[in-house]
Design a binder for this molecule. Structure first.
Ligand SMILES: [Zn+2]
Length: 146
């Protein structure tokens, strides 16, 4: 319905109507073409927004690293996390894991991840998330370490 072909032929028809002196019909046609044009502009804006959200998510995916059982978020020399592998793979959500004595636990899906003896603790810099990730990303779940 919103095809450019339809509009092209619509404009041509309006021109022909004008040339034939059928001005009221031409006016009605131009009005409907204008409505379609505005609808297409809205759709275009929505698509642009969607595209930038996808680009942000891909940018995030670039920074997510899998250590064999959990995910970590990398930014230059900083490592944040860990995050639940099950939740990220299934829902695209980065859910912080809670640290226990010998394992990490996901508060969302209750998955457990054993802590290897040589695993380094992440450095904590809380500004990182806010500056790197925009509010438009619906996939990210921010949760404080408990
Ligand atoms: Zn989980």
């Amino acid at each position: 319905m919103f095809s450019t072909m339809y509009q092209a032929t619509g404009f041509k028809r309006a021109l022909i109507l004008c040339q034939e002196g059928k001005l009221e019909e031409a006016e009605a046609l131009l009005k409907s073409l204008q409505e379609e044009f505005l609808a297409i502009c809205e759709e275009n804006e929505a698509l642009k927004l969607q595209l930038s959200e996808v680009a942000d998510v891909l940018d995030l995916a670039d920074k997510v690293q899998f250590d064999g059982q959990k995910y970590w978020l990398l930014d230059e020399d900083e490592r944040k996390g860990p995050f639940c592998q099950v939740c990220y793979d299934r829902d695209g959500l980065l859910v912080h894991l809670q640290r226990h004595d010998k394992h990490w636990e996901c508060q969302s899906c209750r998955s457990l991840f054993m802590i290897p003896r040589n695993e380094k603790l992440p450095t904590q810099k809380k500004e990182f998330m806010r500056t790197t990730l925009k509010k438009t990303i619906p996939l990210f779940l921010e949760r404080e370490m408990g």
